[in-house]
Design a protein around this ligand. Structure first.
Ligand code: KIV
Length: 270
């Protein structure tokens, strides 16, 4: 693995061109301190996901988070990042309807947030908005399959595109996204075999979450993969750390030291 210090900034173009060269690792991130740590690691890309609505704000869905709030999180991350490719998630309601309004929202995300690309949930139904955004030279990352902003229509967070007709529709959307020039396509919670078909059908990297081993990249929500969240244990989630337990232990050690009067000691006092 290359030393971190030798790594250059990964742009949207670099990320797209990495398809087929090696597998890519992505993680979500929403704050400055965590972004510094992610950027020190060998992670390739950060998604400032609208999952901030859940992980940062405690909402049950991604719907409530606003564009201003997303821009705030994107700014916190981009202030820290020197190497990773940073995607800013366009929140619910910012790309549907008038394509010109979608463009203005994407411009705000890029100009104020400072990210390298915007990520947008959806396919053919938002094609005009996507083309308008791409027409302004803003790199776009697509998102198909389980699109949490559609939770009220989908009726749950289950596996998507199980039936052949739905799989064909998803493949068509992926081909369309590829054709109009997106930089990558996120595939969430779809059968592994379908994710493989999509990955083979498009020329840009696919970023999988719950989409099996054959996508070009993988992404996980940081709090989930670090073991900071309770009760969310879908089959696709591997916990790469038990940071939540480590934090509770540290809080308890601190509280105990305060209670017994051993903190602060002489060397920790002025
Ligand atoms: O917002 C998010 O975290 C996402 C990932 C799950 C892909 O969209």
């Amino acid at each position: 693995m290359t030393e971190k210090t030798e790594r250059k900034k990964i742009t949207a173009r670099d990320f797209a061109e990495l398809k087929g060269q090696r597998k890519l690792a992505c993680v979500t991130c929403y704050d400055y301190t965590s972004a510094l740590l992610v950027d020190r690691s060998h992670i390739d890309a950060i998604l400032v996901g609208d999952s901030a609505s859940n992980t940062m704000a405690g909402h049950p869905t991604t719907l409530p988070i606003t564009l201003d709030q997303m821009i705030y999180h994107v700014q916190c991350v981009t202030r820290a990042v020197r190497h990773c490719f940073v995607m800013g998630d366009m929140p619910f309601g910012t790309v549907h309807g008038d394509p010109y309004a979608a463009l203005q929202n994407a411009i705000r995300m890029m100009k104020e947030g400072g990210c390298d690309a915007v990520k947008v949930e959806g396919g053919h139904e938002i094609r005009a908005s996507l083309e308008m955004i791409l027409g302004a030279n803003i790199p776009v990352v697509g998102h198909l399959g389980l699109t949490p902003q559609s939770i009220h229509r989908l009726g749950g967070y289950g596996l998507q595109a199980r039936e052949e007709a739905a799989a064909e529709r998803l493949l068509e959307d992926a081909r369309m996204l590829n054709e109009i020039g997106v930089s990558a396509i996120t595939l969430e919670k779809i059968p592994a075999a379908l994710a493989k078909r999509v990955t083979e059908a498009v020329s840009v990297p696919t970023i999988g979450i719950g989409a099996g081993p054959d996508t070009d990249a993988q992404i996980l929500v940081m709090q989930d993969m670090l073991g900071m969240t309770e009760g969310f244990r879908p089959k696709f989630l591997r916990r790469f750390g038990e940071v939540g337990e480590a934090m509770v232990r540290a809080f308890d050690d601190y509280a105990a030291a305060v209670a017994e009067g051993s903190f602060p000691n002489e060397t920790e006092s002025y």
